[in-house]
Design a protein around this ligand. Structure first.
Ligand code: GLA
Length: 391
């Protein structure tokens, strides 16, 4: 009911994965405090399979060199640590890296995952000529349900067919973009396709906040925290993923993680904004104080989070007057069968001098006044000022 939290192998390791990496990652997930902070899923992305299915049964086969003891022992190891385990496949005939895809094997593969004790399936969209996304993901969703093991179902068709409009009953999260790249605001060209920096992904879809909520999230991709950006940029990246109610899937090498990276990934106050029970995604305020500063607002169960992002390469002195400013959250999408709307879901939040709210600087973990006075703060380049406002 809150955005999934975990780790995925792709951003750092691509297909260079193996049993030892999973075990070490699980060990560190626990010993580093990440598990206590809420990280739960260890997900192996593309590259865990042998190049062919079993010639007799047709089942998928874990790569015997990378996983010499099979996959069940790996899953059991992760489960014994109190964590959950995920695998990757693709709706097409082959995965993006050329391993056997699931097309035509949906029910068989779902039974295979259930027999291994898998808790999470990331389902990609390469080599899918002639099929439609909504149908293909619906088939796999039904197959997983028929396999009768609860699994998080993660759709990965890169936002190509507007999954936010149809995927809520199908899965739990859906990618809204192509692949992330570890830079703050760049496009990295691979020739026929591009990967995208943090702010490019943030800017890519307008109004997707209408579609996120408990058990159905817009997925802004696995994180690049600790993968080469500077500390301000990593903090901004993590803050905005939390504001956007995106799944928090770390993508760094936990074995060589710096303490600064761990401190960002495990900041409980920031994570609490992501995991807030109300499950709303932040929306960009139309309020303009400064052209290089974005203002994002996320209504919480109690109070609201406000994140100012300095997009420029220079420090910015932000001055923001709270008085008599109204932010109206967008209408929520139509309810699904069996759902009810709580009173007040279409919130209008009005700040006024008669109702000052207390302001808490979330990263500094300090009260910094009330909304009765205008805010004045310097924000470093590519950094954020993340605030929580409450009565
Ligand atoms: C696609 C996905 C990535 C990753 C790779 C694996 O590019 O978007 O997240 O899963 O495939 O090949």
């Amino acid at each position: 009911m809150t955005p999934p939290m975990g780790w995925n192998s792709w951003n750092t390791f691509e297909t260079n994965i193996n049993e030892q990496l999973v075990k070490q990652t699980a060990d560190i997930m626990v010993s580093s405090g990440m598990k206590d902070a809420g990280y739960q899923y260890i997900v192996l992305d593309d590259g865990w399979m042998a190049k062919e299915r079993d010639s007799i049964t047709g089942d998928l086969v874990p790569d015997p060199l990378k996983f010499p003891h099979g996959m069940k022992v790996v899953v059991d190891y992760v489960h014994a640590k109190g964590l959950k385990f995920g695998l990757y496949n693709c709706a097409g005939t082959k995965t993006c890296a050329g391993y056997p895809g699931t097309r035509g094997y949906e029910y068989q593969d779902a039974r295979f995952y259930a027999s291994l004790g898998i808790d999470y399936l990331k389902y990609d969209w390469c080599n899918t000529e002639g099929i439609t996304a909504k149908d293909a993901y619906t088939t796999m969703s039904k197959a997983l349900k028929a396999a009768r093991r609860p699994m998080v179902f993660s759709l990965c068709e890169w936002g190509t067919y507007q999954p936010w409009e149809w995927a809520a009953p199908v899965g739990h999260l859906w990618r809204i973009s192509g692949d992330i790249y570890p830079c703050f605001d760049c496009e990295f060209s691979h020739g026929s396709w591009s990967s995208w920096g943090v702010m490019r992904i943030v800017d890519m879809r307008k109004n997707t906040e209408l579609y996120a909520g408990p058990d159905h999230w817009n997925d802004f991709d696995m994180m690049e925290v600790g993968n080469g950006m500077n500390q301000n940029e990593d903090r901004a990246h993590f803050s905005i993923w939390c504001m956007l109610a995106s799944p928090l899937i770390a993508g760094n090498d936990l074995r060589s993680m710096k303490k600064e990276t761990l401190a960002i990934l495990t900041n409980k106050n920031v994570i609490a904004i992501n995991q807030d029970q109300r499950g709303m995604q932040a929306f960009r305020s139309k309020q303009k104080d400064n052209d290089s500063v974005d203002m994002w607002v996320k209504p919480l169960k109690e109070g609201l989070a406000v994140c100012f992002i300095n997009r420029s390469a220079k420090p910015v002195l932000l001055k923001h007057a709270w008085n008599n400013i109204t932010y109206t959250t967008p209408n929520q999408p139509p309810l699904r069968p069996g759902e009810k709307r709580e009173d007040g879901d279409d919130a209008t939040i009005t700040f006024s001098t008669s109702q000052p709210l207390r302001i808490w600087d979330v990263w500094k973990n300090a009260q910094i006044g009330t909304t009765a006075n205008s805010l004045s703060a310097t924000i470093q380049p590519h950094d954020v000022l993340l605030l929580k406002l409450s009565q």
